[in-house]
Ligand binder design. Structure first.
Ligand code: IMP
Ligand code: MG
Length: 181
């Protein structure tokens, strides 16, 4: 448990403001609308980090949209890139009937999303696109590129707008650099 003093110390500096996020999420909504041009989609997000982004993005999309959640756990040994992603909670939709858009919080090493894309592609969706709120390309270990990255950021550990440090700070309305305990 964090004291309020420890909690506040963890918020080092704001990197992306609430207003900047809002404008970028609007743009992402228009991007998705332009790709699908009226066709219905399934917006998929991975718990928990993308829950805030998913909620806001889903309200900027005007094509018919269903939402679905997955929960995955990633296990990676040392620096080896041969990781496994275990599905802790699976989708409640058969994606073979859907144009799928994955809404991700952040692409860091790229391992989690790469595996997730492989898993979902294996289920033969009508199409698959990836939109990520944040992208840290300097940290990439496996090749993974989103169709749209709202913000490309340097190699800092960040918190807020769904992203956590030990489960705290998800509820901040902006994205900040984490200052430790
Ligand atoms: P990847 O498999 O290394 O790309 O890991 C992606 C996951 O790690 C994200 O979905 C986040 O949950 C977590 N993560 C990576 N970088 C950060 C960060 O700076 N802040 C909070 N969570 C992060
Ligand atoms: Mg996390």
């Amino acid at each position: 448990m964090k004291s309020i003093e420890q909690y506040q110390k963890g918020i080092k500096r704001v990197l992306i403001t609430q207003e900047e996020i809002k404008q970028a999420v609007k743009k992402a909504g228009r991007f998705i609308d332009s790709i699908y041009d009226g066709r219905p989609i399934l917006l998929v997000s991975v718990l928990k980090g993308a829950y805030v982004f998913m909620a806001d993005l889903s309200r900027e999309i005007t094509v018919p949209c269903e939402i679905a959640f997955m929960c995955v756990k990633s296990y990676f040994e040392g620096t080896s890139s041969s990781g496994t992603v275990n599905i802790v909670m699976d989708l409640d939709h058969d994606v073979s009937n859907y144009h799928v858009v994955i809404a991700e919080d952040i692409i860091d090493t790229g391992r989690t999303l790469k595996k997730l894309v492989e898993i979902l592609k294996g289920r033969n969706p009508l199409s698959l696109h990836v939109v990520t709120l944040l992208d840290k390309p300097d940290r990439r270990v496996v090749e993974m590129k989103a169709d749209m990255s709202l913000f490309v950021i340097p190699d800092h550990f960040v918190i807020g707008y769904g992203l956590d440090a030990a489960e705290y700070y998800r509820t901040l309305p902006y994205i900040a650099e984490y200052g430790g305990d």
